[in-house]
Design a protein around this ligand. Structure first.
Ligand SMILES: [Zn+2]
Length: 293
């Protein structure tokens, strides 16, 4: 435990019972004792990490090697997300993908029958999607100015951990979602076995990329007090290329061997293979908006 003269409030529930959790790189992590949110404090001053290199190259030691290629194995996973949404009786209407990058998930949702929209912080990725004919706004969700009660579905796949204020993002999502519409979230689970085993060495503790770490408890606790009802709470595995797995190992452990392996697997025969992984350290939740506004 560290002594901090400064009083720290939980950025989600505003509670003051906040404990020091650990240091990671030059960042400090704290945990709220009420909603269990794990968060970086203070936040990095510049969040300018989502430029071109984030989506191609992973030069800074994080991000994607090649976004569209890395996402190929996710097609069946994204289809499963949409099947779960339609199992709740929502099969068409307006769907907004927050943090849509180049529009990979949007295209799959469009084929499913949804009218798709996207917002994306990286203008490089957003422009790539717009060039392909998709309706994507560059910027944060809070600045996108969609009308009240506009969407049937809002999706956030691996987004909530990245944003500087999840509270503001969730409030804006609620404002533009119709009553009876659903919010779909996939994000790292800070209460998972891996997280508890590894503490700050858990491979998903990645500041300045990941700033807020939820658990199913945290998201349900917060949103059930803010006009939502949890419909689905589960864990869905992902599919990864060998190249991506080795890059992740490199980022986690910093051993050069993983980087070498990654570039070996990026070429030829092996580049077309991907393997399913479910470490049960991400959770998938669908919540229905029950409030009128
Ligand atoms: Zn809290």
């Amino acid at each position: 435990m560290e002594n901090d003269m400064e009083k720290i409030n939980c950025p989600l529930c505003d509670n003051t019972f906040v404990n020091f959790f650990s240091n990671k790189k030059n960042y400090k992590l704290y945990k709220c004792q009420k909603c269990k949110l794990l968060f970086v404090y203070p936040l990095p001053i510049s969040l300018d990490v989502y430029d071109k290199t984030y989506f191609s190259g992973a030069d800074k030691g994080f991000g994607y090697v090649d976004y569209d290629l890395d996402k190929q194995p996710m097609i069946p996973v994204f289809k499963k997300y949409l099947e779960i949404i339609s199992s709740l009786g929502i099969k068409k209407g307006k769907l907004l993908d927050v943090g849509c990058a180049t529009g990979f998930f949007m295209n799959i949702a469009k084929d499913f029958g949804f009218e798709v929209y996207g917002v994306e912080m990286s203008d490089f990725a957003a422009q790539k999607g717009r060039d392909a004919g998709l309706n994507i706004i560059t910027g944060p969700l809070e600045g996108s100015n969609y009308p009240d009660s506009h969407f049937d579905v809002i999706t956030m796949c691996d987004v909530l951990e990245h944003v500087s204020s999840p509270k503001d993002v969730l409030a804006e999502a609620k404002r533009i979602l119709k009553k009876g519409g659903v919010l779909m979230v996939n994000t790292p689970d800070s209460e998972s076995l891996w997280s508890r085993l590894f503490g700050s060495r858990w491979h998903l503790i990645l500041p300045p990329e990941h700033l807020h770490y939820f658990s199913p408890f945290t998201l349900n606790y917060y949103l059930s007090n803010h006009g939502f009802k949890t419909m689905i709470n589960t864990k869905i595995g992902k599919l990864f290329t060998f190249q991506y797995i080795f890059i992740m190992l490199y980022k986690w452990q910093g051993l050069k061997i993983w980087q070498t392996m990654s570039s070996f697997f990026s070429k030829g025969y092996f580049s077309r293979f991907f393997i399913p992984i479910n470490l049960y350290d991400n959770f998938f939740m669908i919540l229905k908006k029950t409030d009128e506004q």
